[in-house]
Design a protein around this ligand. Structure first.
Ligand SMILES: [Zn+2]
Ligand SMILES: [Zn+2]
Length: 312
């Protein structure tokens, strides 16, 4: 398993053939409800790789995390990149790929969980960011969630994923670099501009959400803490409660249209100063050649219309 850099671009690929052997529960729509043995359900803990951590008690977990059986990366080999020649640069596919089972309840998705339960999931996110950031060679802990077949889920039981690896993701780097061009945090100003815009969706004491001005995906929505906070690891209990409330509201809305979505955490590396946020990117359209060519997207639902959908 390797991470390979493009010949000349700052673009990387994790080559991981084992991933192709993953079980897919979504063969036909009718298969979804009648999955056989669920690896993530209580009683089947022995079917997952050895547990890394849990929230709950020895007898009964509320949230549980363990290595991904079909890991894209592993804490083996070399984490530094080597140049074989001018065009071939690679490292081992170095890192830790984990699954966070968000609930013992097979029937519940994240939006069905209570606010305290969602906060427990955040507790797992915080634990993984804090612990994996300290592992040698790890430069970023990617926390994300795939919901629905079009968004890349292979298993139905509600879960998030962690890929901690030896790079800072390109989009995170770009956001950090772009933020530095402004004298003060641009996101702090953007929040103020979007607060009363046609794209504003929800607001509570600590958080605000809006459909971004240049939304790439149908119903894309971003969540920001109103205060300049760099990382979910720096949030207090009140922040986490407010974040859980807002996330639940948004995901409940997306459920009404049965939208597949990805959820991604953008936190600032310790030495940088980027404003934390969550992006929820529904996958309702299939991207084609134009997107592959241009890295730009075509969005047939305006962010202003999408915001109306969230607010109504
Ligand atoms: Zn299950
Ligand atoms: Zn800020």
């Amino acid at each position: 398993m390797e991470i390979r850099k493009d010949y000349i671009l700052d673009r990387y690929v994790i080559v991981s053939e084992g991933r192709g052997k993953r079980p897919f529960e979504f063969k036909k729509k009718s298969d979804i409800k009648e999955s056989k043995t669920c690896f993530f359900c209580p009683g089947n803990e022995h079917l997952t790789p050895p547990e890394i951590g849990r929230i709950g008690t020895k007898k009964q977990w509320k949230v549980r995390w363990f290595p991904n059986k079909f890991s894209a990366v592993e804490l083996e080999g070399s984490h530094s990149f080597k140049r074989e020649n001018r065009f071939f640069t690679s490292s081992s596919a170095y890192g830790s790929h984990e699954v966070i089972a968000e609930t013992p309840d097979h029937e519940k998705q994240m939006e069905d969980l209570s606010v305290p339960q969602i906060k427990d999931v955040f507790g797992a996110y915080i634990d993984r960011i804090q612990k994996l950031s300290k592992v040698k060679g790890i430069r970023y802990v990617c926390i994300f969630k795939n919901h629905g077949k079009q968004a890349g889920t292979s298993l139905i039981h509600s879960h998030s994923q962690v890929i901690a690896y030896n790079r800072i993701p390109k989009l995170v780097k770009e956001k950090i670099k772009a933020s530095k061009k402004y004298s003060r945090c641009p996101y702090c100003s953007i929040i103020k501009k979007e607060k009363n815009s046609k794209r504003a969706c929800f607001e509570n004491d600590s958080f605000i959400s809006f459909t971004p001005y240049a939304s790439r995906y149908h119903y894309e929505i971003w969540i920001f803490p109103k205060k300049h906070i760099k990382n979910i690891t720096k949030m207090d209990n009140k922040h986490l409660t407010d974040l859980a409330r807002m996330l639940k509201k948004i995901l409940q809305k997306l459920k009404t249209i049965d939208a597949a979505y990805n959820l991604e955490l953008f936190y600032s590396p310790e030495k940088e100063n980027m404003h934390f946020h969550i992006e929820i990117t529904p996958k309702l359209a299939i991207l084609g050649g134009f997107e592959a060519l241009s890295d730009d997207t075509i969005n047939s639902i305006s962010p202003e219309k999408a915001a109306e959908f969230y607010r109504e």
